[in-house]
Design a protein around this ligand. Structure first.
Ligand SMILES: O=C(O)CCC(=O)C(=O)O
Ligand SMILES: [Fe+2]
Length: 330
């Protein structure tokens, strides 16, 4: 199983040449493994490097400042800082599409920061003090909008790839009601033995909750995805930090009535350290944009994907689904 790498230039430039090949590869990689790697997506290397610098700067703020803007744990969309261990990805998986049961208490050695749309008055963002990192808020608000555009470009390419009526996905993910989330992850350095002991993970196997996720990872490594159908995990190579790793998330599985299974993934020991018994795994940073459905949009299967008499997933709104899923992760 291989994640295809797609050169997105035919889409960003609007050139007809190469377009049908992009659409074919997109569909084939997402159907086969739930993941695809996209290059030339329109966001520059400088843009992405700058985000990694802000990611580092944010988590190096004083603990009191991070605490001041801490996320309030619960079923609402997350905003601000979540300390190491606050989110339990193992539990997220247990309640997920596969209903796998894990007996032990497993924790995540990871802290993260979450941000929603600037237009989202229901769940306002929680910003660090302006004097501490002056460029943080303007850069992050701009990055949110840039990633939203890339997300729409992928969703609209998917509509075309499946020959669906134009806008069937995108009208459920509008700019005005955007409920997507932008996240910085930081995995502090940790002893190899601790990860090997099997109770603490960087992030346990899980599906993401939105429609699609756009991810940038640094060069430390450790991201792995499920190999179908063996169920083993295989590493996602670290190449350029600006390579965009895209995965199918739970809502897209529901919208397509199972045609596009979500990509199961986790973060553990980087491949270069897998043979070592002792030592320290370096800290790692990643950046995720979780493209989500509008809160009032249906997350039931689209009629274009329902072939039998009964849809595989029950109809409900995105916010109902989100609350139901998130209440299990704390
Ligand atoms: O850090 C990574 O590479 C993956 C992060 C992730 O899976 C998540 O935040 O949902
Ligand atoms: Fe994830």
């Amino acid at each position: 199983m291989t994640i295809l790498t797609i050169d997105w230039s035919p889409i960003t430039t609007g050139q007809p040449e190469g377009r049908s090949s992009v659409l074919r590869q997109l569909r084939s990689s997402l159907e086969a493994c739930g993941f695809v790697r996209i290059v030339n997506h329109g966001l520059s290397e400088d843009f992405v490097n700058n985000l990694f610098e802000l990611n580092d700067a944010f988590f190096h703020l004083a603990a009191e400042e991070k605490l001041r803007i801490a996320n309030v744990p619960g079923p609402n969309p997350q905003r601000g800082w979540s300390q190491v261990g606050a989110e339990n990805s193992a539990s997220l998986y247990r309640q997920g599409l596969l209903q796998q049961s894990l007996d032990e208490k497993l924790s995540d050695a990871r802290e993260h920061w979450d941000q929603g749309s600037a237009n989202d008055l229901d769940f306002p963002n929680r910003w660090p003090g302006q004097k501490l990192i002056p460029e943080f808020r303007p850069t992050m608000e701009n990055a949110f909008e840039q990633l939203e555009k890339v997300c729409h470009s992928i969703m609209s390419a998917l509509e075309e790839a499946y020959q669906l009526p134009q806008g069937v996905f995108c009208k459920r993910m509008t700019h005005e009601k955007n409920a997507s989330e932008f996240r910085f992850n930081h995995y502090p350095s940790i002893e190899i033995e601790k990860l090997r002991a099997g109770k603490i993970g960087r992030i346990w196997p899980h599906y993401d909750l939105g429609v699609i996720t756009l991810l940038f990872q640094d060069q430390v490594g450790g991201l792995e995805i499920e190999d179908r159908p063996s169920g083993d995990f295989v590493p996602v190579e670290t190449r350029s930090k600006s390579d965009l790793i895209v995965n199918v998330s739970e809502i897209l599985t529901r919208w397509t009535n199972g045609r596009l299974p979500a990509g199961l993934h986790k973060v553990s020991l980087p491949p270069s350290l897998q043979n070592l018994e002792h030592g320290v795994v370096p800290e790692r940073y990643s950046i995720a944009y979780f493209g989500k459905a509008d809160r009032d949009a249906s997350v039931g299967p689209l009629k274009e994907f329902v072939t039998g008499d009964k849809p595989r997933f029950e109809d409900m709104t995105a916010i109902q689904y989100h609350r139901q899923r998130l209440s299990s992760a704390y």
